[in-house]
Design a binder for this molecule. Structure first.
Ligand code: MZP
Length: 503
């Protein structure tokens, strides 16, 4: 007969943290959010750490080049999705690795014969108000000048007039020559009191733009995640089907960490693939895997497969219908608690610490905080990042609000059958993910800033200065339905919810 475990499957929203003693040095600015991303033994330093404990899901609707650059700049990490041809994924990795911080490719360009109306439309589409003018309107065309929204008045000037009549021509533009260092470029911006510096090659073609706001942004991002050669750190999703070709190409392109993207990772397929990669690339490869929902699954991947970190979660993802389609999965809180207990046992038994990632189903900042308090070393999120400006999907207006498409890797749209099927036979006979929309909430930095402030603040309430202390000191209580209601406001008309301001 089947075994029924006594515990019911629980979710994060069923728990609350009890405050611990807050000492005088427990202030948010003293808190470190650094988290290990690679297994380590005893007192040795992990081969890879992130500075903030958030990584992106390896998904088409989430993890493109722009997202990866933004995440690394915020001290986090993105996993570029593997549900695409090997050469495309490798080229995305190398675009992140070769991204020269501060030099950006111009993605809003005009031709001299374009009209002011074209300039206005481009600004609306791209959100950029500085537009280089090149001979053919391409990003690397011959540079002729630059036009910004300060050069004309949208409601006063003739919008049919040509861009060439309003742009600042090349002769009057301060620009840098190819080979200029970022330091020199910033000095030119400062000296000439400019916001944007075009960089031109020896033929006068546009190579890149340097913005003053990026310099300021850089100075404000002290947690940026860089490798030993000062390049941004990036991860890549992999699967157990084509790893013998995919992994060498990704490592060659510069991927710093690999993670099996699989809904159920407690398999011999994943172990065999991990052992093959380890034998071929040794410790140079940081390899994560999963997903699992039990201590047994964790132990198998940590010990037998020798993984560097293990992801926890089946069926909790916001776009996931695995539980209803196949009847497998586990409440995310129960799964995580079971796995982190095994991680700590493994550490006590062997001295090897294998970090745990809570993957999927984090619906708000509170749940992120509870996941880290319960023992996750870091969290992986899809929806959270799909809602930002940097996700690789187009903005869509629905009933006057702006959204972005977000779809599961197990949906027909992603066709990522490698994530779900054990062999080619099962190639998407049924879907495990849905296709939908999420509201746009701002930039990655905007949303992370808020989450980080809340996390640091809660850690101070618990009396923890780092994430290890946080999980060691955390005391949680289960909440009843009534106390869940009590947690909201009571008998007060809320300005943000109950009163319409349009009256
Ligand atoms: P969420 O942050 O949107 O709630 O969940 C993201 C996670 O859901 C991913 O990291 C992955 O583990 C999982 N996922 C991705 N696609 C599907 C699906 O199509 C899925 N079922 O479950």
């Amino acid at each position: 007969m089947a075994k029924i475990i006594p515990d019911v499957s629980r979710t994060f929203s069923e728990y609350l943290l009890l405050p611990g003693l807050t000492k005088r040095d427990n202030i948010p600015s003293n808190v470190s959010l650094q988290a290990p991303l690679a297994a380590y033994a005893g007192a040795e330093a992990p081969r890879l750490c992130i500075n903030n404990p958030f990584v992106t899901a390896s998904m088409q609707a989430v993890s493109g080049v722009e997202m990866a650059i933004s995440l690394a700049r915020q001290g986090c990490l993105a996993f570029i999705y593997c549900s695409q041809p090997i050469d495309r994924q490798a080229s995305m990795i190398s675009r992140v690795k070769t991204h020269k911080a501060g030099f950006v490719e111009s993605d809003s360009n005009l031709k001299p014969e374009d009209s002011l109306a074209d300039a206005v439309a481009l600004t609306r589409r791209s959100g950029h108000s500085t537009m280089p003018v090149t001979h053919d309107g391409s990003k690397n065309g011959k540079f002729l000048g630059i036009i910004t929204d300060k050069d004309f008045w949208e409601f006063e000037d003739d919008l049919q007039a040509r861009v060439s009549e309003f742009m600042t021509p090349k002769e009057s533009v301060v620009y840098g020559d190819s080979g200029v260092s970022l330091h020199e470029a910033n000095s030119l911006l400062r000296k000439h009191k400019k916001e944007c510096l075009p960089v031109l090659d020896q033929d006068g073609c546009l190579q890149a733009l340097v913005f003053k706001k990026d310099y300021i942004d850089h100075r404000r991002n002290p947690y940026e995640l860089l490798d030993s050669k000062k390049r941004l750190v990036v991860g890549a999703g992999i699967n157990t089907h084509d790893y013998k070709e995919r992994v060498p190409a990704l490592l060659e392109a510069g991927a710093d960490v690999l993670a099996f993207d699989s809904s159920d990772g407690y398999t011999e397929f994943q172990r065999d693939a991990a052992l093959w990669i380890r034998e071929k690339f040794g410790d140079r490869a940081v390899i994560g895997g999963g997903n699992v929902v039990s201590g047994t699954g964790f132990r198998y991947l940590a010990e037998e497969a020798g993984l560097d970190f293990v992801k926890v979660g089946i069926g909790g993802g916001s776009i996931c219908i695995t539980r209803e389609q196949k009847g497998i999965g586990r409440g995310q809180a129960s799964a995580l608690l079971n796995v982190v207990a095994e991680r700590d046992r493994l550490y006590n038994d062997t001295g090897r610490y294998v970090p745990v990632c809570s993957d999927g189903g984090l619906a708000n900042d509170t749940q992120i905080i509870i996941a880290l308090a319960m023992g996750a070393d870091f969290v992986m999120m899809g929806r959270y990042f799909a809602m930002t400006n940097e996700s690789p999907t187009p903005k869509v207006s629905i009933s006057g609000r702006m959204y972005k498409p977000y779809w599961g890797e197990g949906s027909n749209r992603a066709r990522n059958w490698q994530r779900y099927a054990l062999d080619d036979e099962m190639n998407l006979k049924f879907e495990e993910g849905i296709d939908g929309y999420v509201p746009i909430v701002g930039s990655v930095k905007d949303v992370l800033d808020v989450t980080i402030v809340k996390l640091r603040s809660t850690m101070c309430n618990i009396g923890a200065l780092n994430l290890k202390e946080f999980r060691e000191k955390a005391v949680l209580t289960r909440i009843s339905e009534q106390s869940f209601i009590e947690a909201g406001t009571s008998n007060v008309v809320r300005l943000d919810r109950d009163i319409s301001l349009d009256v």
